[in-house]
Design a protein around this ligand. Structure first.
Ligand code: HSC
Length: 687
């Protein structure tokens, strides 16, 4: 027997245990091990039935995704996989799949090849392949509709979202829920099943009626704009109703192949592993102690402060929230209440949960509760002098060992740290607005930040349900330094003749969650304007600066909050193009001697996207980002960059770095030296 799969007899049942930590993926050796065990059980006179169960924390989490990159042709491995699953189904003794943790992707496909599935109530099942840019590739699109019907199967395969064991039981995917010990319950179930005839899922037809999937297709096209796998998953499931099982599998196989070899799947797999890679910090002392965070305090109850407070409350961490004036403090508390109420409305938490969380909040005008806090987060106005004063004060009240974090989005962490006597305890925690919604936390290390403070921050990010990415200290760090270049190009394009809505539409058609100018209106044009004032002394003669945004801010057009910015906004907050903006921009262009002209869609995409890539490469070369994937994870989670394009750096790599350098030159710019050297070498950022 393989080391990855164990075989033992228990009360006359062959128990086959998969033991491939951490998640029992179907790595090489696992399918072979299961197959051998099933054959042994079939021949074992003492075994009346078989139970297949996962060792450790889960059933099978799917195919081994790391293996996908090695596949050059999908044919051979998949055919072997189909035969392996049919081998389970052809076992003359009942095979019961006992599920705990997750049965995902290939894991659920293995489970469906069994004659029965039982699960503990906490288990989850699903076909998440579309999240990796592929579709189920081991007959999942053909067996699932045979268990739960075409519509439900198409929903599961196209959304990629898992469902609870309870829902799977109601849908017919799971035959029984086991209370108490899973292994023992599954053996009881198997002994009972041994008294009944066996039926194979692939032979079932009773749930295979043709159903209209039009509404689902429309929903999926909208939700997964630009992606091919979700619609391909629907096609494959739909085919189950009209084709034989073997024909359906062949159809699935051809769609699976198209998806597997697409750049969308490469991009999404890169993001899957990237989200796990960013948690690993090379060079950080392995034994760096993680400070237990039991209590937090926040300075500033504005939009950011109250959003950050909501995150901490959601994680069950008590928060002292300070503001200088009663009115502002009350407004902050009201915002937190609204955030929690909205989670209740959406059914994410109960009203009782919301009250419990709110009870953890202590609003204060006097820094009460700060002296005992394990972490203090500063979320005051984006002004260096103010932040330095705030930190100097926090230094006098925080307990020794407390972490002092700043939510600055651009300012110098070292300057802020220098205003305290404990620069090693100071770090940037750059949250993205709305802070309780956006998944990204950019963690900015200063020159003297200790390993322990970094390790604690990375750990805390997970507790707050964020993706924490470590960045070095420079103006704007990773995210906003790149965004500055991107936004500047968007504004230049408008100054040169493009309508704001044209720039935004082209980028959102390309896949960005929102266009940059609409983002500016959402975040507040005044924010960027104030930051530019802060850095005005650094402006150089002969270098072009985006002026039109400043002009809008000077006219009080701050964006959504004032009802007008790059667009006009009514109560529905939908952006409406405003001829006044065109007139303002024309004036700004005239003042700068710019002759306005027609701008093509290509030019919009090239200038905005390549500005991101070129600046990203500089950031990488300077060591501000640890790896290219850190930049990608920041852009996908904080800036609405489409995950299926892999983030700006992976996108550039998939386009070909040599071609990217040529395209940058064609714009009259200099490619970053790192891009040039990689283009001549491996063509890959992580080589
Ligand atoms: C699939 O199954 C396709 C099928 O249709 C078969 C197709 C046939 C193809 C034939 C060839 C032609 N593989 O997330 P965590 C690693 S597609 C490899 O921190 P958690 C992960 O990288 C697959 N590695 O744990 C991490 O490694 P690290 C469908 C995998 O408890 C470690 O395990 N399945 C892996 O928070 C721990 O992971 C999925 O998409 C995998 N499948 O969450 C499920 N899964 O420590 C993907 C995990 O070195 N996985 N790893 O960083 C998950 O959603 C989550 O990992 C779990 C656990 C919910 C399972």
């Amino acid at each position: 027997m393989s080391e990855l799969v164990r075989y033992e007899l228990d009360r006359g049942v062959a128990v086959v245990t998969i033991d491939n930590p951490p998640v029992n993926a179907l790595s090489p050796g696992v399918p072979e091990g299961i197959q051998t065990a099933i054959e042994r059980a079939a021949a074992d006179a003492e075994a009346r039935a078989v139970v297949v169960i996962g060792g450790g924390r889960t059933f099978i989490a799917g195919a081994d995704i790391r293996e996908f990159g090695k596949i050059v042709s999908g044919e051979k491995p998949r055919l072997a996989l189909y035969r392996f699953l049919e081998g389970i189904e052809d076992c003359p003794k009942p095979v019961v799949m006992a599920i705990h943790g997750t049965a995902l992707g290939g894991g659920l496909e293995v489970a469906m090849a069994g004659h029965y599935r039982v699960a503990v109530a906490t288990a989850q099942v699903g076909q998440p392949e579309v999240k990796l840019g592929i579709i189920p590739g081991a007959a999942g699109t053909q067996r699932l509709p045979r268990l739960c019907g075409v519509t439900k199967a198409a929903e599961l395969c196209s959304s990629g979202d898992p469902i609870s064991a309870l829902e799977a039981h109601q849908a017919g995917i799971i035959d029984a829920l086991i209370a108490g010990d899973l292994r023992s319950g599954a053996i009881d179930f198997a002994l009972d099943a041994a008294t009944r005839p066996i039926s194979k899922v692939r032979d079932r037809h009773d749930k295979l009626a043709q159903e209209s999937l039009l509404a689902l297709r429309t929903r999926v096209s909208k939700k997964f704009r630009g992606q091919t796998a979700p619609l391909a998953a629907i096609d494959a499931v739909e085919a189950a109703a009209s084709l034989t099982f073997a024909e359906g599998c062949a159809f699935e196989a051809s769609l699976f192949n198209d998806c597997l070899f697409s750049s969308q799947s490469k991009a999404l797999i890169h993001i899957f592993f990237g989200e796990r890679t960013v948690a690993k910090i090379p060079g950080l002392a392995k034994d760096a102690p993680i400070t237990p965070i039991a209590q937090a305090a926040i300075v500033g109850a504005g939009t950011m402060g109250s959003g950050i407070a909501t995150c901490y409350l959601n994680a069950g961490i008590p928060v002292a929230l300070q503001e200088a004036g009663q009115e502002a403090l009350d407004a902050g508390v009201a915002r937190i209440r609204r955030n929690l109420a909205s989670a209740v409305e959406k059914g994410r938490i109960t009203a009782a949960d919301a009250e419990k969380r709110l009870a953890l909040l202590s609003p204060t005008l006097t820094y009460e509760g700060f002296a005992t806090a394990d972490i203090i987060i500063e979320a005051v106005f984006e002004n260096l002098e103010l932040k330095m004063q705030t930190f100097a004060h926090l230094d006098t009240i925080a307990k020794p060992g407390a972490i002092l974090a700043t939510n600055t989005s651009t300012l110098n962490i070292d300057a802020i740290a220098a205003s305290t006597r404990r620069p090693s305890q100071v770090i940037g925690h750059h949250f993205f607005s709305p802070a309780h919604v956006m998944r990204l936390l950019e963690i900015v290390r200063g020159r003297e930040t200790s390993d322990s403070v970094i390790a604690t921050s990375m750990d805390l990010a997970k507790r707050l349900k964020k993706v924490g990415v470590l960045a070095g200290n420079c103006r704007g760090f990773i995210g906003n330094r790149m965004f500055h270049e991107y936004m500047s190009q968007a504004v230049f394009l408008v100054e040169e003749g493009a309508e704001p809505s044209f720039v935004d539409d082209e980028l959102s058609k390309w896949g960005m969650a929102m266009g940059p100018l609409a983002v500016g209106d959402l975040a507040g044009i005044d924010v960027g304007w104030r930051i530019r004032q802060e850095f005005k002394h650094l402006e150089q003669p002969g270098v072009r600066y985006a002026k039109a945004g400043d002009r809008l801010a000077e006219l009080g057009r701050y964006g959504q909050k004032t009802g007008k910015g790059w667009y006009l906004y009514g109560p529905d907050r939908k952006p409406v193009p405003d001829p006044e903006v065109t007139a303002i921009v024309e004036t700004v262009a005239r003042e700068q001697g710019i002759t306005r002209r027609a701008i093509s869609s290509d030019e919009v995409l090239e200038r905005t996207l390549l500005s991101l890539v070129n600046e990203g490469a500089k950031i990488l070369a300077e060591g501000i980002a640890l790896r290219a994937v850190d930049i990608d994870i920041i852009y996908v989670n904080g800036y609405g960059f489409p995950a299926w394009r892999g983030g700006p750096m992976k996108w550039a790599e998939l386009e070909g770095l040599a071609a990217i350098c040529d395209r940058i030159r064609a714009l009259g710019w200099q490619p970053a030296p790192l891009l040039l050297s990689l283009a001549e070498g491996s063509g890959k950022f992580d080589a």
